[in-house]
Design a protein. Structure first.
Length: 216
């Protein structure tokens, strides 16, 4: 999604009078608010976004868990860094593939890739990297709800590929325990710094628009 999509989505909510709002699941789709839930203005920041460090740039290490945002922090795509600029991830067609950073983000609205870090240093697990390498070329029965990219990344990290983990927050929790990863810094690759500046400008503009709508 680009900035014009976001502006259009916010304006649709602002012009709507039936108590509907945009959810983080898809900023383009309007869904009813629960009764008594308060403001109808859209959320434009991720609920767990405080661990993202957009001002710190790092290089991943083998076994680092990586992810990119697909919907302003509410939907993400994750994988395992295996070294030599390559990420292994489960794709929607069920294939487990090796990608460059550009290939990992291709076709998404993501601005950058976040890396598992302890403070400002990337952390990883060589065992996770090895498990990921061993899975390249294999397939899984992909399901957004039960067997997705986070499920695969968790399996690489723990060895348990039959877990119930399907959400990034669950994967992050395991990263904190297994790797000591309490922060997620930006992979300093390609034009990541410029894209982060673009992200900041877009979110600032969106926040100003929301504030103007609140002041109507």
């Amino acid at each position: 999604m680009d900035f014009l999509d976001l502006i259009d989505a916010i304006n649709k909510v602002a012009d709507n009078s039936d108590g509907r709002r945009i959810t983080g699941r898809d900023l383009r789709q309007l869904t009813p608010l629960p009764e008594g839930s308060g403001s109808w203005l859209p959320e434009v920041t991720a609920p767990d976004g405080s661990d993202q460090c957009d001002t710190v740039f790092v290089e991943p290490v083998p076994g680092s868990v990586v992810y990119c945002d697909l919907a302003v922090g509410f939907i993400e795509h994750s994988g395992i860094y295996i070294g030599n600029g390559r990420i292994v991830a489960l794709e929607r067609d069920g294939r487990i593939v090796e990608r460059t950073p550009e290939g990992f983000m291709k076709g998404t609205p993501a601005f950058c890739i976040y890396v598992s870090c302890s403070g400002d240093h990337a952390v990883g697990s060589r065992e996770a990297a090895e498990r990921a390498r061993e899975k390249i070329g294999s397939r899984r029965n992909y399901s957004f709800a039960t067997d997705n990219c986070h499920h695969f990344s968790y399996g690489c990290l723990t060895g348990d590929f039959e877990s119930q983990v399907v959400m990034l927050r669950q994967l992050k929790s395991e990263c904190r325990k297994a790797l000591g990863a309490g922060s997620w810094c930006v992979w300093d690759h390609g034009n990541a710094r410029e894209r982060i500046r673009m992200k900041g400008a877009m979110l600032k503009a969106a926040g100003e628009l929301v504030q103007r709508l609140r002041n109507r």
